[in-house]
Design a protein around this ligand. Structure first.
Ligand code: NAI
Length: 331
């Protein structure tokens, strides 16, 4: 039998946490034969709610769940963890300036970076979900210099999955037959959902999405804005932000990272830019990646047309500005 892996979820008393922890305990994230010990962190005002979640995890009697640590102490939460899913953060409230929200999150991610650096297991894989996800991940990277930069990522898989979903609905095909969309850049409304390399499995073989949809106006317009603004549409409908889809895509992100992407398939992950596709190095930027042996690598050599180039640059610009704002909060 496999040794259990320790999985940290911060902000575990929140909405996404409530959807995510049972998925992890059922083996959705690390596989049906991988026992887990859940580490759940939240802040003092949420301690009682967090304990309630722990009670429910016990009550659910998950066979793979070998232990639960529920705490408001970041050091206890981070100790020995193999995977860290960072969902906790400070939400933007009405009337707050961008800089104030950034400042709160920078200080949270700076201190949690230190706790992870000192206490997590060697080779811990980190996924930042909390917004601004890319920039929170960048701060975490900066303040955990001994964690390899390739181990620090942010979630854009939700946007990736949303793009697959839109294509599947438009063409009336199974979502599992659509692949190789790309989310470039920031997990924000400047992200660029790109279908130029996406395909659909049909009875006549794999066909390009562009050929099957045969409507560039829709693909270059409404499709992009629908994916970019899907988060806002969910809030409008639910009066709460996406939680089940966020939790599910966080599981997809870690599962593919650890267990590998299928041959011929790539996914989108926010990773530390090495300058690929002329994206400025030193940003956490969403790229198409394949994963093997627990490591991601950016898919190289995809042709980028002029329309796409502008969109890749625009979202990089926004991330450079966020980075500058985050740094201004540090001084
Ligand atoms: P929520 O407000 O329901 O839960 C957040 C939890 O974090 C709360 O329980 C809060 O007490 C906790 N928290 C606050 N500061 C903390 C700290 N310093 N340490 C530990 N926990 C802390 O929010 P929800 O809906 O669960 O969303 C969480 C985050 O995920 C938000 O920032 C949201 O914008 C982001 N998000 C990101 C998505 C993505 O695709 N990257 C998709 C959906 C949401």
């Amino acid at each position: 039998a496999k040794e259990p892996l320790r999985v940290l979820v911060t902000g575990a008393a929140g909405q996404i946490g409530y959807a995510l922890v049972p998925m992890i305990a059922r083996g959705v994230m690390l596989g049906p034969d991988q026992p887990v010990i859940l580490h759940m962190l939240d802040i003092a005002p949420a301690a009682e709610a967090l304990n309630g979640v722990k009670m429910e995890l016990v009550d659910a009697a998950f066979p793979l769940l070998k232990g639960v640590v529920a705490t408001t102490d970041a050091v206890e939460a981070c100790t020995g963890v193999n995977v860290a899913v960072m969902v906790g953060g400070f939400p933007r409230k009405e009337g707050m300036e961008r800089k104030d929200v950034m400042s709160k999150n920078v200080s949270i991610y700076k201190s949690q970076a230190s706790a992870l650096e000192k206490h997590a297991a060697a080779n811990c894989k980190v996924l930042v979900v909390a917004n601004p996800a890319n920039t929170n991940a960048l701060i975490l990277k900066e303040f955990a210099p001994s964690i390899p930069e390739k181990n620090i990522t942010c979630l854009t898989r939700l946007d990736h999955n949303r793009a697959l979903g839109q294509i599947s609905e438009r063409l009336n095909v199974q979502v599992s037959d659509v692949k190789n969309v790309i989310i470039w850049g920031n997990h924000s409304s400047t992200q660029y959902p790109d279908v130029n390399h996406a395909t659909v499995k049909t009875s006549a073989g794999e066909k390009p999405v562009r050929q099957l949809v045969a409507n560039d106006e829709w693909l270059n317009g409404e499709f992009i804005t629908t994916v970019q603004q899907r988060g806002a549409a969910i809030i409008k409908a639910r009066k709460l932000s996406s939680a089940l889809s966020a939790a599910s895509s966080a599981c997809d992100h870690i599962r593919d990272w650890v267990l590998g992407t299928p041959e011929g398939t790539w996914v989108s992950m926010g990773v530390y830019s090495d300058g690929s596709y002329n994206v400025p190095a030193g940003l956490i930027y969403s790229f198409p990646v394949t994963c093997k042996n627990g490591e991601w690598s950016i898919v190289q050599g995809l042709p980028i047309d002029e329309f796409s180039r502008k969109k890749l640059d625009l979202t990089a610009q926004e991330l450079s500005e966020e980075k500058a704002l985050a740094y201004s909060c540090l001084s």
